[in-house]
Design a binder for this molecule. Structure first.
Ligand code: LP5
Ligand code: MN
Length: 240
């Protein structure tokens, strides 16, 4: 027990049962040996509200997360752009702690900043407007007051619209903005950054004000699960 694990963008959903199995296996056989598991957003393909906790494939996932935390592995979850409605119902059922985005932590002596990553995509103006609206308390209160079936129908229409828009946005617009990254790192004491969202797993190096900073981008779980292991020796990417 001398390491922590980081994952993001599992996008768990009914239509990808093999990914759900891989995720539950990962919790039982890999994450179980860690001090902590950090899930940096988009664990679910979408989360329509905590009243969906027992719907479809959610129950076995919630149970596996709860089992992990009951075994003594600290469980941290950050909201992604698809599951930012994970709330108290989810944290009570899993014993997870929701982390604000961004969150600064010290990992085995290494200053590390955690984010889902979408806040860094500042060139994606339409998305940032959409994000600002749906992250407001007022919007969320009225949304959660609608019946679950209506919320799911609305989410499906937004997914369609989002897919249409993504097909005409450039890859550059949908990536992180370099200035947003350097400003975030400079304002947090030049830590190492770990984030997901872009689905472009990679290690990037930056020189900022005479500091060398590393940005680790986590991969998605569409084809194959992956995780980042952090211990006293440093940061190590792994494929499952
Ligand atoms: O997730 P990803 O990587 O595919 O795309 C994101 C951005 N898109 C989104 C939307 C989600 O994928 C789907 C909806 C999530 C459900 C959340 C559940 C709870 C709340 C319900 C909220 C409806 O986040 C995409 C980015 C991309 O990342 C890269 O960064 O580009 O952003 C978009 O494409 C958003 C559009 O630019 C703007 C969306 C306007 C939607 C307006 C609603 C229209 C309703 C239609 C009704 C007929
Ligand atoms: Mn995302």
């Amino acid at each position: 027990m001398d390491h922590s694990l980081f994952i993001s963008d599992c996008h768990l959903c009914e239509s990808r049962p093999s990914v759900i199995n891989a995720f539950i296996e990962f919790l039982a056989h890999t994450a179980i040996h860690a001090d902590a598991l950090y899930i940096l957003g988009d664990l679910f393909e979408y989360w329509a509200g905590d009243d969906a906790i027992n719907h479809g494939v959610h129950a076995p996932i919630i149970n596996a997360l709860k089992h992990l935390s009951l075994q003594g592995v600290s469980l941290y979850v950050m909201h992604g752009n698809r599951d930012f409605l994970l709330g108290n119902g989810f944290t009570q059922a899993t014993n997870a702690t929701i982390l604000p985005d961004p969150t600064l932590v010290s990992l085995y002596g290494q200053l590390t900043l955690l984010s889902h990553g979408d806040i860094l995509c500042t060139d994606d103006i339409d998305y940032q407007h959409f994000r600002q609206e749906v992250r407001s308390d007022a919007w969320q209160t009225q949304f959660l007051n609608q019946p679950l079936s209506e919320r799911v129908a609305y989410i499906e229409s937004v997914r369609q619209k989002s897919d249409q828009e993504k097909s005409i946005k450039s890859m550059q617009i949908m990536d992180v903005n370099p200035t947003a990254v350097t400003e975030l790192l400079a304002s947090h004491g030049y830590p190492t950054l770990i984030h997901g969202h872009t689905h472009r797993p990679m290690q990037h190096q930056y020189q900022i004000d005479q500091h060398t900073c590393t940005r680790w981008v986590l991969g998605d779980w569409y084809e194959q699960g992956s995780y980042l292991r952090v211990d006293k020796q440093g940061f190590h990417p792994h494929q499952l």
